[in-house]
Design a protein around this ligand. Structure first.
Ligand code: TEU
Ligand code: CA
Length: 542
């Protein structure tokens, strides 16, 4: 049976606001993405996950949608979108769009109607509740700080918003909401999109009165109905953003027999440097043994009942080379190390814009430099709770989402070639030494390492289908695993640290068949192998 295309391809995430400005207003746009399609074709990716481009007041940079079937003014027009889909397809690149249906903007026509009064036909498109003892219905909190309930003077009721006040949650217990969403999805499928990334899709089964938000009892029923009514009839991919997924829950989403989604983004590895039961801002050192266990668990737990996504970065996360690598003297080595470690695993890899050239976090010193509503709300809440400005700014520099949203660094020209105007968000001042142009020109660049990894996946079934096996008897900070397929065995090693590490596995023998390396290593002798700082390679054992 022909395997689905999304098992052998690599997906590239574009955050349109920061990718390429084509008309000199300092904001990225659709025509800018069209201009850069040849670059993405050179990289070798097969799909673009396009963060939202629909009409939005941009309270949450497009994740607050006021019209799902029209394009945000600053990003361009629907004909630009049609051209992007067509031009990408000519280059064997599918456009996977962002489906944000846990909530809309409060400026969406449905909510404008809904808030007009309790008897409005759109009232039950959203989640309205009476006050309890003059207060919010319960103590549900917004992920963007504060209560998840907003009081509405006009009707004397509260509405639910798990994100910003301008992002009211849709009421998925109302069948009319399902049909509205299905109609919108079919509108985009008929335009030829390659699938959907589904924003916080694990929340649409919520039961607010019982304070159940993720993994509600009807969630999978909703997804099976959605599959049947929309994308199930197309050769497209779907990936759910599911922060609370365990391997067993992931199987419910991605077991092909269940006809729900192709795969999900799980975040267990991403949460390893966060204190238990605390917020993302409350850090603890990453434990590499835990990272090895968690990633290995996901590599083996799904079996044939599901499919992994593989990622380090996205528009919500700090950049991996700054977070867990070394963005100073070992930036290139550690960026390539994370690339080799991830792209040799089983699943569909995702590259976030700029990751392929080792872009770094971009520290700020004052809250006035911050755009992201999540960071701004947290700043004010923690300031009110007695945290010092310094502590809060340190948290934002470590985990704030703007780190991922500074403009793409194309070349050494002003504003890194992103725009001829002052961009909506500051450009990282390190763009003269970290940019696409220099990466393209240097055969040993991070870009060419990613290009090689993408090529390896296309050419070698072992990378896509090989069984995974963690090798234990190595030093703590060395991640060593095997991939086995038919009569082949590949070994993948990564030293996740700046100290040299000695590996002694004589049983693995010697091999001169190095497939990819970030130190241009010519051969591997496992009986006495010294790994350099952040060294990584893949080698053929058999
Ligand atoms: O993110 C879901 C989400 O919860 C993240 O905001 C995450 O909790 C936090 O940012 C950790 O860094 C999705 C989108 O990816 C995000 O950009 C949106 O802000 C959010 O949903 C609301 O649509
Ligand atoms: Ca623009």
């Amino acid at each position: 049976m022909q395997e689905p295309w999304w098992k052998t391809t690599v997906v590239y995430q574009v955050y349109p606001r920061s990718f390429q400005d084509s008309n000199g207003d300092g904001i990225g746009d659709l025509r800018g993405i069209i201009q850069r399609l040849d670059y993405l074709q050179t990289l070798g990716i097969g799909a673009i996950w396009l963060s939202p481009v629909y009409k939005s007041p941009n309270d949450d940079n497009g994740y607050d949608i006021s019209d799902y079937q029209d394009i945000m003014d600053e990003f361009g027009t629907m004909s630009d979108m049609d051209e992007l889909i067509g031009e990408a397809y000519k280059r064997n690149i599918r456009i996977v769009i962002d489906l944000v249906v846990n909530h809309t903007s409060d400026e969406h026509a449905w909510f404008i109607e809904s808030r007009k009064g309790k008897d409005n036909p759109y009232r039950d498109y959203y989640i309205w509740r009476d006050p309890v003892d003059g207060e919010a219905p319960n103590d549900l909190r917004s992920i963007f700080s504060g209560s998840a309930w907003q009081y509405d003077e006009h009707s004397g009721q509260y509405y639910l918003h798990l994100f910003s006040k301008k992002q009211p949650d849709l009421n998925w217990e109302n069948p009319k909401v399902h049909h509205e969403v299905w109609d919108m999805m079919n509108f985009w499928l008929e335009k030829g999109v390659g699938g959907f990334r589904m924003d916080v899709i694990d929340l649409i089964g919520k039961i607010p009165d019982e304070k159940v938000t993720g993994n509600g009892p009807k969630l999978h029923e909703y997804l099976q109905q959605m599959n049947k009514a929309t994308f199930g009839r197309y050769d497209v991919m779907t990936v759910g953003e599911t922060w609370g997924a365990t391997p067993d829950i992931a199987k419910l989403y991605s077991d092909p027999k269940r006809q729900e989604l192709s795969m999900v983004f799980q975040f267990e590895h991403i949460s390893l440097d966060q204190q238990e039961g605390k917020d993302k801002w409350d850090l603890k050192p990453l434990s590499i043994p835990e990272l090895k266990l968690v990633l290995s668990k996901w590599q083996t737990a799904l079996g044939n009942e599901g499919w992994n996504s593989l990622f380090w970065n996205n528009h919500d996360l700090p950049r991996i080379v700054s977070r867990w690598g070394n963005d100073k003297e070992y930036r290139t080595q550690s960026a390539k190390m994370f690339a080799i470690l991830l792209h040799m695993m089983k699943g569909t890899p995702y590259i976030y814009q700029g990751e392929e050239i080792g872009m770094t976090n971009c520290p700020i010193t004052d809250i006035n430099e911050v755009n992201d509503i999540e960071s701004i709300n947290m700043y004010h809440e923690r300031l009110a709770n007695g945290y010092s400005k310094e502590e809060i700014i340190n948290s934002i520099n470590a985990k704030g989402r703007d780190n991922a949203r500074t403009p793409m660094q194309w070349d050494r020209s002003g504003q890194a070639g992103f725009s001829t105007a002052t961009p909506w968000l500051h450009v990282n001042p390190n763009y003269p030494s970290i940019n696409v142009a220099d990466n393209l020109a240097d055969p040993n660049s991070i870009f060419h390492c990613y290009r090689r990894l993408i090529e390896l996946r296309k050419q070698n079934p072992i990378v896509v289908y090989g069984d995974y096996e963690l090798v234990d008897d190595v030093p703590e900070q060395v991640f060593l695993y095997l991939r086995k397929h038919e009569d082949q065995v590949w070994a993948v090693a990564a030293n996740i640290g700046a100290e040299r590490m000695l590996v002694q596995l004589p049983a693995f023998g010697k091999s001169a068949d190095v497939i990819v390396s970030n130190y241009s290593r010519a051969e591997v002798d496992f009986s006495n192998l010294e790994l350099q700082p952040y060294e990584a390679f893949a080698v053929k054992l058999i």
